[in-house]
Write a protein that binds this ligand. Structure first.
Ligand SMILES: *Cc1c(COP(=O)(O)O)cnc(C)c1O
Length: 385
């Protein structure tokens, strides 16, 4: 293990190389995503493990991620939209693909065509989907989302009761999955977890038998009673650690680096960036780094405003962003950085010493948003697939 490319990917202290034409790079380790999936699958066995690859595999790129997961043995995928399902179908021909946004009006023919299974979330939606099945004279594959307290998508208890009595609608469905989604799974001490599980038990017992799924990345960390037949992790596959009860058995799969374009001396009293929001209180060295909000670097990572403000790693040392994040540039105070703050050098925005959780927290957001917003301008390099 120690010498595998994936291991080197994590222990290497140096930021990744940036290709000549680019000022920044996103290095995605598709092999590590597959290893994370295998680790979660082992953790939940004998339950099955799906992969949530919505939003272009959380911004990392389905074209590399899905084939790596298929090779590892993954046969069940979740996406949000019909178009995402169509994309995954081309990459995973024999898999089961669930569409979390359901049978969006007008998308029914596409869903049939690509053999995608909509996750139906209201009685009206269930009836509309079943009606199409009657016209085809053949049960239509469907999953049901039951609301157990999140109050987002999902059938209410009253709707489940009505569906229970509607034998004709039920007969028109080839029920592949009943599922629900937890509101507070990141906090193992939140009583809402057990309450939602109890509601899930009650509601699914009112319906014909189907495979059941309740847990995403954090929910599967709550233990066996939450696993049911299938777990649906997304964030943890990409190395995310959102669970507050202890680390998930996964490792980071993405590194992001950008170049220093210039290092300048700013005298005490000089301000940096738009609107002069930061003033040097001593003679300062400021590195101008080629990453901005157009690259997905949150503007809320500008210097302190209710949350800590962003940092980057320069020559292995964490250094604070000062002044405003602009479209193409950030300004970093490297006065106290002993080495590595040189024109052309790469600084690490995400990596072993600066996780997506840390980056999110310092920008007043979460790692999920950091991942899914990684921009298109940085060069993408895929390793380990
Ligand atoms: C996005 C999503 C998931 C995956 O959640 P993670 O926290 O990324 O594991 C699972 N289920 C549903 C319904 C989702 O919307």
């Amino acid at each position: 293990m120690k010498d595998s490319p994936a291991a080197q990917f994590h222990v290497s202290g140096r930021p990744p190389e940036i290709p000549p034409g680019a000022t920044g790079v996103v290095v995605v380790d598709a092999g590590q995503v597959a290893m994370n999936w295998l680790a979660l699958k082992r953790l939940v066995a004998p339950a099955d493990c799906a992969a949530v690859v919505k939003a272009d595999a959380y911004g990392l790129g389905v074209a590399a991620i899905v084939p790596a997961l298929v090779r590892a043995g993954c046969t069940t995928f979740f996406v949000a939209t019909p178009d995402e399902a169509a994309e995954v179908r081309l990459l995973a021909r024999d898999s089961e693909i669930f569409v979390l946004d359901g049978a969006v009006p007008g998308s029914e023919a596409l869903l049939d065509d690509i053999r995608a299974v909509p996750v139906l979330a209201s009685l009206a939606e269930v009836k509309a989907w079943a009606k199409g099945a009657e016209e085809k004279r053949r049960p239509r594959p469907a999953a049901l989302n039951l609301d157990t307290g999140l109050n987002r998508l999902g059938l209410s208890e009253a709707e489940v009761l009505e569906l229970q009595r509607d034998k004709r609608t039920l007969a028109a469905l080839d029920l592949r999955l009943v599922m629900s989604h937890l509101a507070s799974a990141d906090d193992p001490d939140d009583p809402k977890n057990a309450a939602q599980r109890a509601r899930f038990e009650k509601l699914k017992a009112m319906l014909p038998y189907a495979r059941a799924s309740l847990a995403a990345s954090d929910g599967l960390m709550l233990g066996k009673p939450f696993h049911y037949d299938l777990v649906r992790p997304g964030y943890a596959l990409y190395g995310g650690q959102a669970f507050r009860g202890g680390p998930a058995p996964v490792a980071p799969a993405v590194r992001v680096a950008a170049r220093i374009l210039q290092v300048r001396e700013v005298p005490a009293g000089g301000t940096v960036g738009y609107s002069g929001t930061w003033t040097a209180t001593r003679p300062a060295r400021i590195a101008i780094v080629a990453a901005g909000y157009a690259d997905g670097f949150a503007r809320t990572a500008s210097a302190p405003q209710g949350h800590p403000g962003g940092e980057v790693r320069v020559g292995g040392t964490l250094a604070p962003i000062v002044g405003r994040v602009s479209m193409d540039l950030i300004t970093v105070d490297v006065t106290d950085v002993p080495a590595g703050a040189d024109r052309g050098a790469a600084v690490e925005l995400i990596g072993p010493g600066l996780t997506i959780e840390q980056a999110g927290q310092r920008a007043g957001t979460i790692g999920y948003e950091v991942l899914t917003r990684l921009g298109r301008r940085f060069k993408r390099v895929y390793v380990g697939g």
